[in-house]
Unconditional design. Structure first.
Length: 488
């Protein structure tokens, strides 16, 4: 079987290298190294050790993963004819993707691996930075750096920041969660005679001239609470404090029932911000809705029934489950098929039987126009719907006539019923013409508000009292408001 001996060259120069690894290298004829860019390589050459490096492989590929896979393929091919020693910077199991790929090959019995160890750069890094990793420490790959994986309250060491391009990507990612001038440390060749620690503000990270194969970036943990205000965990902590023994009396006394009215108010304020196309207002109002969710979740946790993690787990699982065309093997052609699949999966989840009404899934407490739309949509799924608009208009005429009969009779109860029938037909017409009835009425409400306020302002500027004007005079100003809107 192919045999590859793997060792680490350590983080520094030859003096830092373990004696056993040094003696092994002196005896080998077939030594391969991932890169010659290491403090100990030149000294080893002077000691008579010869290497074959894979530096040229980096020039042959555009992606690091392809580079590493190519290196492994070459090693496996070389090992078919002879035993091979493969040397990497630092420790083989610290920030070495090629080693992980070799381990995967060994698990498939493609190669036998023998590890001699090596000194990790992390020991030298902890010493140089004077930090204790037990306080919490993340070591991440700068070539695959993801914003949402960062724990800002821990020491953060970003390795493999080879050049200014990677440094720029790291910088931009960090700046999404940290102030532009947050101080970081560029650590190069730690543990060697060439060690450099350079403090720079985050926005200058990619302008440093010391970036090379031995460069890492250290981001100190955040100690200032205000810098954590954008973090979900901080929000959860704040809500827990507000509900805690030394928290706010108002927050402490809230229940699921008492918060219901606030939830509805906040949702409508979100809709208002959307209609106003005001992003700053929308951010604020979405935050207020999130606050309501966090309060309900904290109440659930305080009572021992559920937590925000249960809420997040539930919705994540549901999204994966109800999108088999994204997370599974199902194929869809358009959005209509997505909705159809969603409804079918939802029906299976709820355990609906053939005897149960298809209207049972419509939640209670919806605004009347929205509820009417959903009732009609559900009924339409089983064919209870008009295919043409003409019968709808005929139905409208019929309902108007019935309403007028009740008006003449002065029957208030029946007038309400017949007016409801008229509105229900209006919703049907809106569906046919693909107009959102709720949005249409909201738009008219806003238009009325704008024009009526124009009338109020105009009357006030003229020094008149609005209640003293005739309907004809007010209507003239209404028409003026309409004309000005059209001119805009």
């Amino acid at each position: 079987m192919k045999k590859i001996t793997v060792l680490g060259l350590g983080a520094g120069d030859l003096e830092q290298m373990p004696l056993g690894i040094y003696r092994h290298l002196l005896k080998q004829k077939n030594v391969y190294i991932r890169t010659e860019d290491h403090p100990a390589v030149q000294e080893l050459k002077e000691e008579g050790v010869s290497f074959r490096s894979f530096d040229s492989t980096y020039e042959e590929h555009d992606e690091f993963e392809s580079v590493y896979q190519s290196i492994v393929n070459q090693l496996l091919e070389e090992a078919t004819e002879k035993d091979v020693t493969y040397a990497v910077p630092g420790h083989p199991f610290v920030a070495e993707r090629t080693i992980q790929l070799l381990v995967e090959a060994s698990q498939k019995d493609e190669v036998q691996l023998n590890f001699l160890g090596g000194q990790s750069f992390l020991d030298a890094m902890y010493t140089a930075l004077r930090i204790d990793p037990i306080e919490g420490c993340q070591i991440v790959d700068g070539t695959a750096f993801r914003r949402d994986e960062i724990e800002l309250k821990h020491h953060l060491i970003i390795v493999q920041v080879y050049d200014s391009m990677i440094a720029s990507e790291v910088k931009l990612t960090l700046m999404e969660r940290l102030p532009d001038d947050y101080e970081v440390i560029i650590a190069t060749a730690v543990g060697s005679k060439e060690e450099q620690l350079t403090k720079v503000p985050l926005y200058e990270l990619d302008r440093a001239i010391t970036l090379n194969n031995l460069t890492a970036v250290y981001v100190p943990p955040i100690r200032e609470d205000k810098l954590l205000y954008g973090e979900f965990d901080k929000l959860k902590e704040v809500i827990a404090i507000l509900r805690g023994p030394n928290g706010c009396p108002w927050d402490q006394k809230q229940t699921h029932q008492s918060l219901k009215k606030y939830f509805i108010e906040e949702v409508y304020e979100v809709l208002e911000a959307i209609d106003d196309e005001d992003d700053e207002h929308l951010i604020e109002e979405l935050g207020d809705v999130l606050l309501q969710i966090m309060l309900h979740a904290q109440i659930g946790e305080d009572d021992g029934y559920f937590s925000i993690r249960d809420v997040i787990h539930g919705i994540t699982e549901k999204m994966v489950r109800r999108h088999p065309h994204v997370f599974g093997e199902v194929t869809v052609n358009d959005a209509d098929e997505v909705v159809s699949n969603w409804d079918e999966i939802k029906k299976q989840e709820k355990g609906h039987t053939e005897e149960e009404s298809i209207l049972a899934s419509i939640p209670k407490g919806l605004p009347a126009l929205i509820e009417a739309t959903k009732l009609q949509q559900q009924a339409a799924k089983v064919g209870f719907d008009w295919d043409d608009v003409a019968p709808m208009w005929m139905k409208m005429q019929e309902e108007l006539a019935e309403f007028l009969v009740e008006v003449k009779a002065g029957n208030k109860a029946n007038m309400q019923k017949e007016l409801g029938d008229i509105l229900f037909v209006v919703v049907n017409l809106a569906r046919f013409y693909k107009v959102d009835a709720e949005e249409a009425l909201l738009s008219t409400n806003r238009k009325f508000q704008r024009r009526f306020r124009f009338i109020e302002d105009a009357v006030r500027k003229e020094g008149n009292v609005i209640t003293e004007l005739t309907l004809e005079e007010l209507d003239q100003k209404w028409e003026e408001a309409k004309r000005l809107e059209k001119e805009e």
